[in-house]
Design a protein around this ligand. Structure first.
Ligand SMILES: C[S@@+](CC[C@H](N)C(=O)[O-])C[C@H]1O[C@@H](n2cnc3c(N)ncnc32)[C@H](O)[C@@H]1O
Length: 215
């Protein structure tokens, strides 16, 4: 697993505003990107064979953090994905029951149309083995709105393509964030229990994850 040293975490903590303003993927100037950081926090909680829903470009969680131990799926054919990564209807996953040790939704529950969220979480529950866990990461409302708007305007001004939502074309029902209350309620409704929250220290607590278990 691609884990940061303690010194790296201290540098990342102290430089959060710089890292948030100078958008980059991977590593630059000896600093971690916001994206790789959130994926690392999620990866730490993975229990084994993993399904990453909404994996995004290059299937980073599975390829770079879990040594290929899992499957990343997305609705859009981003760079670095192939046919086996594409699932256009996430409310009917092409996997058997009790197949994965963990299912992750990293920075993407808000991008799932509101009316499909329960169905997608129910599918995650079905595909998980007993004692498997679900990991949902989500920025705070403040960070969620700010980052989405900032990345959008950054691409507009500098001609870059960091905004994966614009590349894909956002559905009108997507949002900038989902509240903790909504995540907890939907996880319970899907059947998950032992729901807990953990903050991302090196993102000043502006990002966090919520986890639940299939008992
Ligand atoms: C902000 S990106 C996050 C990508 C990656 N997980 C990461 O952390 O960098 C949101 C992802 O959700 C995906 N997505 C869009 N609609 C979805 C849906 N209905 N179900 C699951 N994922 C969806 C997008 O294609 C996109 O890859």
């Amino acid at each position: 697993m691609n884990r940061r040293s303690r010194w790296q975490k201290i540098k990342d903590f102290l430089t959060l505003p710089l890292r948030a303003l100078c958008i980059f993927e991977g590593r630059r100037w000896g600093l971690s990107s916001i994206k790789s950081e959130r994926i690392e926090y999620a990866a730490r909680e993975v229990r084994g064979y993993c399904l990453d829903v909404g994996c995004g470009k290059h299937n980073v969680l599975i390829n770079d953090f879990l040594d290929g131990n899992g499957i990343g799926i997305d609705v859009f054919a981003y760079e670095g994905l192939n046919q086996e990564n594409i699932v256009t209807d996430m409310t009917h996953l092409p996997f058997p029951d009790n197949n994965f040790d963990s299912v992750t939704f990293i920075a993407n529950l808000n991008h799932i149309p509101v009316n499909d969220r329960d169905a997608e979480l129910a599918e995650a529950f079905r595909c998980l083995k007993p004692n498997g866990n679900i990991i949902v990461t989500m920025p705070s409302p403040f960070a969620g709105v700010l980052i989405h708007k900032f990345v959008h305007w950054y691409d507009h001004i500098f001609g870059t393509q960091y905004d994966v939502d614009t590349i894909r074309g956002m559905h009108h029902d997507e949002e900038f964030y989902v509240t903790d209350q909504e995540i907890r309620q939907r996880l319970k409704k899907a059947g998950f229990s032992k729901i807990i929250k953990k903050y991302f220290f090196t993102q000043w607590g502006l990002n966090h994850l919520i986890m639940g278990s299939k008992q």
